[in-house]
Design a protein around this ligand. Sequence first.
Ligand SMILES: [Zn+2]
Length: 420
Amino acid sequence: MNLQRRHVRLFAAVLTAALIAGVVAGCGQRGPETGGRILLIGIDSADWDIIGPLVEEEKLPNLTALVESGVSCDLHSLEPKQKSPTIWATIATGKLPDKHGITDFMDPLTKKILTSNVRTARTFWDIIGERGMTVTVIGWLVSWPAEVVNGYMVTDYFRYSPKPDRPLPKHLTYPDDLRDEVELLRVVSEDITEEDLDRFIDLDAAMTADEAQRLPIEQMFVEMRGMSELEQLANSLRDILAGDRTFLSVARHLMRNRPTDVSIVYLRGVDSASHKFWAAAHPGEVGFAVSRTESRVFGSTVARYYEYADEMLGVLIDEFGDGTVIVCSDHGFEGPKPGQTPGGINDHGPIGILVMSGDAFKNGVRIPERSVRDVTPTILALCGLPVGDDMDGSVIEDAFEPDFLRSHPLRRVPTYERTE
Ligand SMILES: [Zn+2]
């Protein structure tokens, strides 16, 4: 009798252990319930119209491979045009700005910078983190101060170099002490050498003073201004590169030494380079005078920067290993129209990019346009989780393999928001 009871007890213990293991796998790290591991790379401003010709020239091998192995589409941005942090907050929450509360870089009334604690909707990384998936979030706009996540966060402010009169704020990372570990990985403008710039610009093509003097007087002034601005433009490029290199290096370090189920990396350089150097590539289209010097030296910088972004993509994918890769942008880029003030959202185009490649998704298929609102619902579906009824986006169903949807039927919950 005693022996039998002991067997029953042992059986119960084994069953409990199995159940716990099953539950853990279900919340899971690598199990099929979660769609496996995910790498999401946000490339601000990436635009198919600029990507297309570069793909034709075989200059973007990593993005091309993702498109060929996955599903891709136009990703409609918010309308009317919004600033980047607002759109990235929609991408991260599946909600429109009236629900997520991130309306700008700065609060239009108080003129104070907007901070992550202004956000009034939960992000997908918070939702999937709560269900046991581990996450790393790097460089996301308006992510400072770092939030508590089930993993690691390095905020957008981490990239700025501390100055004696402007020390960097606290809570640049989560956990706080991660900062010491990644501090040495920060790249600052001064680290970027002439050789680093060589691939993006052609300094030798600058107009000489002799050449400029032979021009009609009005053109000569344009050229002289162009030459005087050369250094400033080159320094802008240094700053842009330093930002992307910082987050690339942090991402590699964390993926290698502290791997998580989900890695999210935001890269701003394509957007900044497009704003700064678009006019050089399209001098006749922007409605203001562009010097020949500027167009000769920086005429290819935007295209070269896309190539660099593709290299970063390759580095991140290699480091990440097997799993689903998602690349998206918040809007496209059209450049300023004649009569418009250049810069800011005037330069942005309405259509960004989305590419998703992994076991759950179709192979080499182009699907109809979707919206930045749909990214979070789609990631939740990929993780086998329901979509919130209060989200403004929906799952991009036609991106998934039918088998995946059969084994992971789409579900809904009223909300993920915490009601106090
Ligand atoms: Zn943007």
